[in-house]
Ligand binder design. Sequence first.
Ligand code: GLA
Length: 752
Amino acid sequence: MAIFFQEKEKVFTLHTRHSTWQMQVSPYGHLLHLYYGRRVEKTSMSYLVRGINRGFSGSPYAAFGEDRGYSLDTYPQEYSTFGVGDYRTGCLQLEHSDGSQAAELVYVSHRILSGKYSLPGLPALWAEPGGDGAAGPEGSKKAGSDSVQTLEIVLRDTALPIEVRLYYGVFEEYDAITRSCRITNRGGDGVYLNQALSMCLDFLREDLDLVSFYGRHTMERMVERRRISHGRQVVESRRGSSSHQQNPFVILCASEANEEYGECFGAALVYSGSFLASAELDPINQIRFTMGIHPDGFRWRLEPGESFTAPEVVCSFSASGFGVLSQNYHRLYQKHLIRSKYKDVQRPVLLNHWEAMEFSFQEEDLVSLAASAKDLGIQLFVMDDGWFGERNQDTSGLGDWQVNREKLPSGIGGLSRRIHGLGLQFGIWIEPEMVNEDSNLYRTHPEWCLRAPGRLPNVERGQLVLDMGRPEVRDYLFRQIGAVLDEGEINYVKWDMNRSLSDVWSGILPRERQGEASHRYVLGVYELMERFTSTYPDILWESCSGGGGRFDAGILYYMPQIWCSDNTDAVERLQIQYGTSFGYPVSAMGSHVSACPNLQTGRRTPMETRALIAMSGTFGYELDVRKLGEKEQEQIREQIREFQRFYPLIHHGDYYRLTDAVKDSVFTAWEFAAPDASEALICVVTLRARSNAPQIRLRVKGLKENGIYQINEEAAHYQGSALMYGGILLPALPGDYQSIAFWVRQVTEKDR
Ligand code: GLA
């Protein structure tokens, strides 16, 4: 059991292995937050909350006589509202039929269920089916013996018939607690939600930093850490997608926290649209954290009887620094978020044609590139952008999902047969959500775009955005692209999305519902992803958005991997993959070896180094391998063998960051360790050569103290504790951007 309710004190306690979340129904019915942090046994934390009558922090009417210290402005809330005296960030802002905006929520009832709640139309963590209606996705694998429980708390407004159901999913083994909520209009008049965030978490402490992951196209998820100070610090996207610029994953941590030490609280929004995360230090030094759909431009109408479901937030806690926190998310996503069969099935090593030829290719070029790829041991050939419609540049063709016969005379079916005939799998690129004005689709259905009436639209990469909230748009895309998938016997699809949303206005929504268009877009994308991935479960789906512009937990529910960045420069990838690893598993990070000098930066990096960095992800190649010399081709053959040998360790092992890839300027190191500590792979890349360089001893993680290990199959044996606490002595590596890997393997009695 992970969820307890003490009837007398009206205290809810949620336990995971190392953490406790507590809340209490106050004498006035409000649901107060009491505690989230290290596990606390059998104690009500209500003693931490004491009211002091403070000026300009009023009390609810029921409390104002005797209990002036009781204020919604100073008491920690479980789901904050606007307009009734809590002046901190509100989760819920309503607009009733009379124009009033307030809501004051009080407890009605609760249920404790086994298993995990699910959210209609939205991605969410899941658990094995069974137990009081908590459903897992159809066909999903049993998640072993992981115990998962759901708490549902029903609240209602004191004045008007609005009901709010708060959901908590407790994943004991992962130190994770999920949150979501559902708002229902039980009255006879329509109301608006002007803001409906997913969660509020009031920390009864002041000493936390906010770690966020900002970026830009070709440089995503750079780690940034700041002290939470008085007022609000926000991390947000208003772009209609989760964005390159900020990621919907943040960490709040003790100021002394580092990789191995200190309390860390993670929050990941399972959502791919505009989002807001806000950390606010109030005047009496409590921190309110809120997260959910960005309220800017959002306004959702609830007719009588209708409900709105807010996307899920996955919270996790570590008392032992960022390393453990990241591992919690990695394991959780691999077991309880990703559904694709490829989370368990070894994925093929691919070659993507994009950086080799971009739009200029003919069928014969692709076949000859594929033949060379096959010769090197590559298993999957991916034809990227440029194969459909009049797609010879980025200003035309998007939306016309019929093969371009001038480029591919054999059609998709013919080309696919040729590629399969070489002994390779075959994959394609699509960008379903977009349209070029120069396309048959746009000429036939200009009204299918998001576009404000009477206004010239903002254009990005020569394209406009389709209104994915329109069912007929999704049906068209499913039919057209489905026909290609059927004809081509396609094994892999890269689903791209190459611009931010603007001019968001939908031709099918009335004026009072235009504030729904952006969220309806995301729901439409999810519906189409669900349709495609459930109809074609054997396809390996990779998501992309100009590289990593939509790298979020929502997408991982549908697709097991996401192209990490359009920046394929290995040295820059060290930082990008480092930042990404805080919240996402390595198995989700699309990464390829590309040409030297690199297309984006012009940097020259040795082939071994490019491969080692790409191997710390999905691993593939994206260059014209026909142009390589015999030596490099042989290197590729060897790299593929290496990757396949270490695949289980890389994709299913525990990931450790051994250095700070942003701050440490001499070298970067990371590690994969088997969960049973029987082996580990340590990867090191030097960033700059130094004369008479100091000695570096790199301390390994995740071994058995008393285990006996050997390194790279050499004769010498080492105690696990020696390698963990003394380290491995790094040899001098002359030159910049050199790399070295250490395979540390436990020796058995027989080996000794
Ligand atoms: C985006 C992707 C690239 C490539 C191009 C094709 O930029 O991120 O990998 O597919 O589109 O147009």
